[in-house]
Unconditional design. Structure first.
Length: 464
């Protein structure tokens, strides 16, 4: 008889959404998590990146809503705004300021603590899903042909036990041990690639000026440039729930921001391409110290290309494709991957021969889309890869640069670019004849010379 239990390793967003996708297809889902998960929207030890800006792009938000109907409404009632892009975004790319065009996509910006809590609360309300906190996986059961379960250890008592399963899902993030576990089963190492921009992040929370909370305020995003012979530097000011601004500054090798609170505003004023974020923070009250993270490399295991893959094992989330957080795609990709898992199982059936390989290929599709967006830019940072960008990378980036330049003064092209960035559409739409023609023609309106903030917004922030 086929074992109809699924074991999901990792209780962060990717693991919880995978558990939700699996619950209707199985008798029971067991989520194994190293941390003791908080009861509310609070920080947890195993997620240090939660202190930096996070958002769900609309492509991920739609997947989340399909997995957990009503979640967008729950997030909004908890204080997260539905922010139309680029209508409520003030963005400076290396090619110039974007205009605030009519909505093409949207994002849900909020603290990671709140986003995780809302999802966790809804997923764990399902009686078919069991949480094992303070527990870690130490190895797989089975052979090179099929995984049959997992060996677990309690982090409190040190006691080990086994869980048999008809499917094991690795959603343990960047620290995934699947490559080592595959070697223990006698399987070859998977193809692996890393593109490390060397970017470091420094984030700080602020109390926003009261009037900006009452009227609403756009996201401000100054994008770093990987080219030009100097370190790339950028920053994001993101209005989040409870009347706060979360500000993340980032810089590549030789231009990294530090943890000194006294230097935070100076970096924003002097190191970024425009001082607008520093100007907006003049009347904002700091609420936290500065948090710094340096683990930002893009890392991908190409498990879908493996010549031999055991039944009953899949890998998803950051464990299969970890992305530079500056592009904000990690949570959205996790939601799309989980949705794909549920769809494949419903189509092929639980325990069908070759199911694990089909699932791994399905997971790779949203991962590939975000990977190409992230690495297509990051490969140009000095030292990001051993050999530097290829000719294909250079040709692709030249076309993307032309598209971004065109998008500064052409709303139709800007919306197509946004559709791809928001993971609503694949990058192939950027090669449609009309888009290529638009790129050849270039911007239809003159470039802006200053941030497209309205007088009302500047007044609300106390700048005007």
């Amino acid at each position: 008889m086929t074992d109809r239990t699924a074991v999901v390793l990792g209780g962060s967003l990717a693991g919880l959404l995978a558990a939700r996708a699996l619950a209707p297809c199985t008798d029971r889902v067991v989520v194994v998590e190293r941390d003791a998960l908080p009861a509310g929207p609070e920080p947890r030890k195993g997620l240090p990146q939660a202190r930096h800006v996070h958002q769900l792009w609309s492509g991920g938000a739609r997947a989340l809503e399909e997995l957990l109907p009503g979640t967008i409404g729950r997030l909004r009632s908890a204080g997260i705004r539905r922010l139309p892009v680029t209508t409520d975004m003030v963005a400076l790319s290396p090619q110039g300021w974007y205009r605030r065009w009519a909505e093409s996509a949207f994002m849900l910006p909020g603290s990671r603590d709140l986003l995780d809590w809302v999802v966790r609360e809804r997923v764990l309300a399902d009686d078919r899903i069991e949480l094992l906190p303070r527990t870690e996986a130490v190895g797989l059961l089975g052979t090179d042909l099929a995984v049959t379960g997992v060996r677990l250890r309690s982090l409190d008592s040190g006691a080990e036990h086994v869980r048999t399963a008809g499917l094991v899902v690795d959603a343990t993030g960047r620290g995934s041990r699947t490559p080592a576990w595959l070697a223990e089963l006698g399987l070859p190492a998977p193809e692996f690639r890393e593109v490390d921009s060397g970017i470091a992040y420094a984030s700080r929370m602020f109390r926003a000026p009261a009037e900006t909370v009452r009227t609403g305020f756009p996201i401000v995003n100054l994008q770093a440039s990987p080219q030009g012979g100097r370190p790339g530097r950028g920053g994001v000011l993101m209005p989040i729930e409870n009347g706060r601004w979360l500000v993340t500054l980032h810089g590549s090798r030789g231009g990294e921001p530090g943890a000194d609170a006294g230097d935070f505003l100076r970096y924003a004023r002097e190191e970024l391409a425009h001082p607008v974020i520093a100007e907006l923070l003049t009347n904002a009250e700091p609420l936290t110290d500065v948090s710094v993270t340096r683990t930002t490399a893009n890392r991908r295991h190409f498990y879908e290309r493996a010549q031999a893959w055991p039944e009953n094992l899949i890998v998803l989330g950051d464990a299969v494709c970890a992305l530079n957080p500056v592009y904000g795609h990690g949570m959205s990709v996790a939601a799309q991957e989980a949705l794909a898992v549920g769809n494949v199982i419903r189509r092929q059936g639980w325990g069908a021969p070759g199911l694990a390989r089909s699932l791994q290929k399905a997971v790779s599709r949203p991962a590939r889309a975000a990977w190409e967006l992230s690495t297509g830019a990051d490969v140009f940072y000095p030292g990001a890869t051993k050999n530097g960008p290829t000719l294909r990378d250079r040709l692709a980036q030249a076309y993307v640069d032309r598209l971004l330049y065109t998008a500064t003064g052409n709303g139709r092209i800007a919306r197509r670019v946004t559709d791809v960035t928001a993971l609503e559409r694949g990058a192939e739409v950027l090669l449609a004849p009309g888009v290529v023609l638009g790129a050849l023609v270039g911007p239809l309106r003159p470039q802006l010379t200053r941030p497209p903030l309205t007088a009302e917004e500047l007044k609300a922030a106390g700048v005007l």
